[in-house]
Design a protein around this ligand. Structure first.
Ligand code: C5P
Length: 220
């Protein structure tokens, strides 16, 4: 069974997807983490981020794995190395745009993700899962929230990790990322016509998970 949650940055997709996966005893597939991991490799290898051909060649010789271990955070492996922390750095977040806009790279990513979805039941989160990667997913959700709330959630998340936050810069980056995700030609952020839209502006994480869980139980 495949459940997908798409939506803009900061809507709470990953947190919700992780908890829902746990509740259902499914794997969690963080597709953003995969784009981020390839970004880390491109930056380390000093591949020009606007060289589409080089990025596709790099993707084709890269192995990205997502490891679900019960009771532990998702582990992101880049060619066997744990990059779960490295992929969250601000420069990686901002450079992921170059990787995500490259059609040939998306093609490779989509194939990896589809293969992962064939192996076991999972909850995936991303931008194009309901529209491109899993058009026949069993359940599709589109999770959104007001821009200000999404910014605040990101600020709280970083502060909880003890990181200093430039709130204005964060809001600018998030708005820019929304724009890039919506306007890219291949695999843009888009609600699938058969997805259930959830506005989590005034909902807690637990309420959102519960809402999704109940929808899944009703439709079963
Ligand atoms: O979800 P997260 O913020 O970690 O994703 C990082 C970036 O990866 C997003 O800004 C988006 O551009 C890209 N992405 C994508 N398609 C997905 C998941 C993420 O293009 N399915």
């Amino acid at each position: 069974m495949v459940i997908v949650i798409d939506g803009p940055a900061g809507a709470g997709k990953s947190t919700v997807a992780k908890l829902l996966a746990k509740k259902l005893d499914f794997a969690f597939m963080d597709t953003g983490a995969m784009y981020r991991a390839l970004t880390v490799k491109a930056m380390r290898c000093q591949v020009k981020l606007d060289d589409a051909e080089a990025l596709v060649a790099l993707a084709n010789k890269t192995h990205i794995d997502l490891v679900n271990e019960s009771g532990r955070p998702l582990k992101v492996l880049l060619d066997g190395e744990d990059v779960s922390e490295a992929i969250r750095a601000t420069d990686v977040t901002n450079n992921t745009f170059y990787i995500a806009r490259t059609p040939g790279v998306r093609h490779v990513m989509v194939e990896w993700q589809q293969r992962m979805g064939e192996r076991r039941s999972m909850v995936g989160d991303g931008r194009d899962l309901g529209t491109v990667v899993f058009p026949n997913a069993d359940y599709k959700f589109f999770l959104d929230a007001d821009f200000k709330v999404r910014c605040q959630r990101r600020i709280d998340e970083l502060k909880a990790k003890g990181q200093a936050v430039d709130e204005e810069a964060l809001a600018r980056d998030l708005a820019e990322r929304d724009h890039q995700d919506i306007s890219r030609k291949v695999g843009p952020l888009k609600q699938a016509s058969d997805a259930v839209r959830i506005d989590s502006t005034n909902m807690s994480i637990d309420e959102t998970v519960e809402f999704m869980f109940n929808r899944i139980q009703q439709k079963k």
